[in-house]
Design a binder for this molecule. Sequence first.
Ligand SMILES: Nc1ncnc2c1ncn2[C@@H]1O[C@H](COP(=O)(O)OP(=O)(O)OP(=O)(O)O)[C@@H](O)[C@H]1O
Ligand SMILES: [Mg+2]
Length: 139
Amino acid sequence: MQDLSLHVMDILENSITARATKVIVKVVMRTGKEEMLLEIIDNGMGMDAETAARALDPFFTTKTGKKTGLGLSLLKQAAEQCGGEMVLTSGKGRGTRIRALFCTGHPDMKPVGDMAGTIDLLRMTHPEITFEYTCEMED
Ligand SMILES: Nc1ncnc2c1ncn2[C@@H]1O[C@H](COP(=O)(O)OP(=O)(O)OP(=O)(O)O)[C@@H](O)[C@H]1O
Ligand SMILES: [Mg+2]
């Protein structure tokens, strides 16, 4: 995937499948530290402990007729390839939170892409879901 907005599109697809009614996407640019934090929080059905433990495995999916589940593992890989990390927190009935940290000065950091455009597209195709998007600078 060419940029992070495409990864986010994929991750939000998971929130939609999990029947979230509210999704928060937060980007924080820590310019002083050359870091970018990406947080995605949904109020969908969440995952039980066993599912959450396996969710980052590219060969784990709960989709029927599929042998791979790539969305989460590819975002994790995008974070790690530039020296960052990704943490997933989820609980059954308690929604899901993803925090991914990117090192913006690293040569393998992917471009952010059109994050606002991606969220707008999802707002149009899923008017029943509230998508909250913020992007802020932090020194
Ligand atoms: N926001 C979420 N809420 C509840 N369960 C989730 C959420 N995101 C992921 N999961 C669970 O983790 C699994 C793996 O997610 P991942 O995005 O990596 O792959 P996938 O959605 O199964 O397939 P792909 O993304 O390749 O189409 C999903 O099948 C689902 O069971
Ligand atoms: Mg997915």
